[in-house]
Design a protein. Sequence first.
Length: 135
Amino acid sequence: MANDWAAIRKDFNRYPVEGVDGNASENAIMETLNKYGVRKEDNGKASVEIWGTGAPLREFLWSEDMADACVFVMEHVDFKDTYKPGDKDIRNCHINIGTGKELTIKQLVGKICDKIGFNGDIVWMQKSRMVLFAN
């Protein structure tokens, strides 16, 4: 987090957090950011806490593609096609819709850091221990 308070205030005016906007004091803004794991370290470098290991995989789907898939399912899939005939209990009749392309949370964080030009530290909070990966 650079000392670019004009940019920080602009962001807080656009997206207030817990009622704190860009007109708040620097201390109030920093307290709010700290609650969400965004900190300025003693060395002046920014750090962001991310919960977990970063290992879980996630898949992202464009909302319009999801809408198209839903329309396709409504027009072409009958409920009886989602289970085996003769089953006593009809369960697990869900339909998965996705791209089949996954990335780890760690990869996602890296992409976000690259996109916004963040060169601070990412701190992975794993249960009760902290693992620091410096950029």
